[in-house]
Design a protein around this ligand. Structure first.
Ligand code: ADP
Ligand code: MG
Length: 679
């Protein structure tokens, strides 16, 4: 790229931002704006109007509603008056929006006990509005070292007029009309040089929409291909083993379990292959759902396999399933890496025989030597702990078995559909009755002694405790209490009369499993551990969890950890201990105050972004430059509808009207784009 005003040094900076061509420069979109010249006064807003205002927060709070929805409300004031602004379902905004903050809000005015502004968009301008609230709208760009957003703005501003005429529309006219978004040329001008904030948002909406549309097209295509090429087994609901299981269970299925099972059975009894993701909060009862699906496969003469991320978890499943299936005269078998060669050969022989069987295991199940004669159902538990390849390998066993993926990482439905667009989604949004609330508290460093004494008393009563640390070994740079050093302190100090053990990820797998087994069997009172205990371990006698350095954990991760206690009849506790900043305290309060995994995940997403929630394992998750599938829920919905319509009439995108769009998608998503046959 050669542009005036861009020498080698700036070009290098731009390259770091991913800007190599003039086109990249045009698509380097401001991530926020300052000012708003077209702001209405609060007094002038009338019911039914769309408007943008700037006001200072004079009061705020979270209101519960009868339906359980929580609403964040703030009252904004400018020189002319006050108005209430309400964000339904976003109680976590209470952590970021403060009294005295100046907000720029645009939305619709409704009547609800008075005027109420329902925001479509808002920008928090912080404490001080001097100089930003008046004058023209300024674009603020993602910047890099040595290349400030002002320089970037200068470069873009200088070239915008000559570059824009080179851009031609690539979305079909009907699509623009259906989505209600502006053309690409207008959009780019609007985001870079907006006359008002509303205009900037309008331009952004177009860019976000096209991004969501492209991802939807790619994913729906992937889904269609999967269905086309892989027909599945058509099971028949014989109501034999499944009915027997239902009758022998010591509990009634929850309404949510019943609904999810109907969804799963409908898939399994169609000739389409099931590819379903089951989401359910910790303790929502996913295992028994998998078990019913397995019984449906078996009563049809097929085999079923359930893969878990650790040996311990596989053993635990084997144990609970053996118990539940005993009345049916079925004994599930275990397949893990630590079996002796002979046992392993025996089990391999059994599953190579086409008789119905239920196998529970680890990734040993997908190793090459394991050949299923008649695999009808493959279940992957805690699927987020596996890599994409392992999940695929499980589905590749046998001949097109139905696949059920299960996860306790709860994410909002709209986001799930975007991230896992090629899967169908079922959600367990109800917990079995009688589950107790885990008393959760954040305690300061000064309470350490009392907290440890509390743990001791629990142990005296015959209970067990977890103590969790974020890292393994103390590093010189940080003063984090590492599990190993602190284990020494605890086991020779306050817990010197207790049976203690240390568990962390660097131990060999066998040793880890052995320690967990001892804890499960009650031979260890205090388990000092890193997050390796996060996954589905069930020790009902463990009633208290102490988490050190809670600021180092994501909220969803804390929620998963907390799910390790409260599994028995006794009252249970989760204590976060440490000295935290007021900011962090607010974040942690979301976790302390809520036991709803979905609400917690939503807050996590807002506060820390998607990367933290999914980690590096979830590669293959599309990343968005402009769109935010969580905030742009409505645009995302529209994108899905439009993508549906396009693919119904033109599944290969080879109609001339789609040629330009096809070209742009090809350039942008070259790898995924192979789904649309090339040439
Ligand atoms: P998760 O969804 O976290 O994997 P589990 O499947 O381990 O949850 O279930 C947690 C506990 O709840 C288990 O002890 C299970 O037996 C029990 N459970 C599951 N469904 C019900 C139900 N409908 N009623 C009562 N208890 C149930
Ligand atoms: Mg589970």
């Amino acid at each position: 790229m050669y542009l005036k005003g861009v020498g080698p040094v700036r070009a290098e900076g731009l390259r770091r931002l991913g800007i190599v061509t003039a086109g990249d420069l045009l698509y380097h979109i401001p991530h926020r704006y300052e000012d708003a010249s077209t702001v209405a006064t609060i007094a002038s807003l009338e019911t039914g109007m769309q408007g943008t205002i700037i006001g200072t927060v004079v009061s705020k709070g979270v209101l519960p509603t009868r339906k359980g929805l929580r609403i964040f409300q703030a009252v904004l004031k400018d020189d002319t008056g006050m108005i209430e602004v309400a964000w339904p379902g976003q109680p976590f905004l209470d952590r970021t929006i403060e009294k005295g903050h100046v907000l720029l809000v645009s939305g619709v005015v409704r009547f609800f006990h008075g005027r109420q502004l329902q925001p479509k968009e808002y920008v928090n301008l912080g404490e001080d509005d001097s100089g930003t609230a008046h004058g023209r709208v300024l674009s603020v760009y993602p910047a890099t070292e040595g290349l400030s957003f002002k320089i970037i703005r200068g470069i873009i501003d200088a070239h915008l007029d000559s570059l824009l005429p080179l851009v031609t529309e690539y979305l079909p006219r009907e699509v623009l009309a259906a989505a209600g978004v502006v053309s690409i040329g207008d959009a780019l001008r609007m985001v870079h040089r907006p006359a008002s904030l509303a205009q900037a948002l309008e331009g952004r909406a177009r860019l976000a929409f096209e991004e969501l549309l492209f991802v939807q097209l790619l994913q729906q295509r992937a889904k269609a291909l999967a269905r086309e090429t892989r027909r599945g087994i058509r099971f028949e609901n014989r109501r034999d083993l499944t009915t027997k299981l239902r009758e022998s269970l010591p509990f009634q299925l929850t309404g949510a379990q019943g609904r999810v099972l109907r969804e799963i059975f409908a898939d399994m009894c169609s000739d389409r292959r099931m590819q379903r993701l089951l989401q359910g909060d910790v303790g929502s009862g996913k295992t028994v759902v998998a078990l019913f699906a397995a019984m449906l496969a078996m009563e049809n003469g097929f085999q079923a396999a359930i893969m878990a991320p650790t040996e311990l978890l596989a053993e635990q499943h084997l144990r609970s399933m053996t118990r539940m299936l005993e009345p049916l005269g079925i004994a599930p078998i275990l397949m893990t890496g630590s079996l002796k060669t002979r046992e392993r050969r025996e089990i391999a022989a059994r599953i190579a025989d086409p008789a119905p069987v239920l196998v529970v295991g680890t990734h040993a199940l997908v190793q090459n030597a394991t050949e299923f004669a008649q695999l009808g159902l493959a279940v992957v538990d805690e699927q987020h702990r596996f890599g994409v390849e392992q999940r695929k390998a499980m589905g590749a066993k046998g001949e097109a078995p139905d696949v059920l993926l299960m996860t306790a990482t709860p994410i909002p439905r709209s986001l799930a559909l975007t991230l896992y667009g090629d899967l169908d989604l079922s959600v367990l949004n109800e917990r079995p009755p009688g589950r107790q609330v885990i008393t959760t508290a954040l305690r300061p460093e000064s309470a350490r002694e009392r907290v440890l004494e509390f743990l001791n008393r629990q142990i005296e009563q015959g209970r067990q405790a977890y103590v969790v640390y974020p890292v393994i070994e103390e590093s010189e740079k940080t003063d984090l209490k590492a599990a190993t050093t602190e284990f020494e302190v605890l086991s020779t100090g306050v817990f010197k009369d207790r049976r203690t053990a240390l568990l962390h990820g660097r131990l060999p797998a066998e040793e880890k499993d052995d320690i967990m087994r001892r804890f499960r069997d009650g031979d260890v009172d205090v388990l000092v551990a890193t997050t390796v205990i996060e996954v589905g371990i069930d020790v009902p006698n463990a009633t208290v969890m102490l988490i050190e350095h809670p600021e180092r954990f994501g909220l969803s991760q804390l929620h998963q950890l907390r799910g390790r206690v409260g599994r028995g009849a006794a009252a249970s506790f989760c204590i976060l201990l440490g000295h935290v900043s007021p900011e962090t305290r607010k974040r942690l309060d979301v976790f302390v105050d809520s036991d709803d995994g979905f609400e917690i995940a939503r807050a996590d997403l807002q506060l820390r972004g998607m990367g933290d929630l999914f980690g590096e394992r979830q590669s293959g998750v599309p990343t968005f430059r402009v769109a935010d599938p969580l905030r742009d829920e409505q645009l995302n919905e529209r994108a899905r509808e439009v993508a549906d319509r396009i693919l119904t009439t033109d599944p290969e995108l080879d109609a001339p009207a789609h040629a330009a769009m096809r070209r742009v998608m090809g350039e942008r998503y070259s790898r995924s784009f192979e789904l649309f046959r090339v040439g």
